[in-house]
Design a binder for this molecule. Structure first.
Ligand code: FMN
Length: 115
């Protein structure tokens, strides 16, 4: 299934801007991903969509904006995927150390919040 992630940027009750709209879509997408993964599905989120085309195709109103695509399905055998996707899928995942993006006091300060 190919889904579009849409953020409602203005509140339904008073039409005022919702500063948390994009954050909320991200949180919702993350939770959808956890739930789908727990059910044996795979989710691939993509920012590489054309929002104006999505608005046109799906008649998305002005109070909302399309931000992401989500491909949801059962993962295939990576050895059957064309390169570079097969080896990318099989590569071990690495995580950035927290010290590189969690700061104490000032952004990008050297103070270690974990010390
Ligand atoms: C908000 C968001 C947008 C993304 N946009 C794209 C995208 O446009 N194209 C793409 O190939 N991967 C995109 N990614 C990355 C993939 O969804 C995925 O997280 C990444 O390939 C890592 O895959 P893994 O979960 O198998 O390690 C995006 C991820 C996020 C969270």
């Amino acid at each position: 299934m190919l889904a579009i992630g849409v953020a409602r940027t203005r509140f339904q009750r008073n039409d005022k801007p919702n500063a948390a709209a994009r954050h909320d879509l991200g949180a919702a997408s993350a939770h959808l991903t956890f739930e789908a993964t727990a059910r044996g599905l795979a989710v691939h989120q993509m920012i590489g969509i054309v929002p104006d085309r999505a608005r046109e195709l799906y008649a998305i109103p002005d109070h909302s904006e399309a931000l992401t695509g989500l491909a949801i399905g059962y993962a295939a055998d990576p050895s059957q995927a064309p390169e570079p996707y097969g080896s990318r899928d099989e590569a071990p995942r690495t995580r950035k150390p927290l010290e590189e993006f969690v700061f104490l006091g000032r952004y990008a300060s050297n103070a270690n919040p974990f010390a």
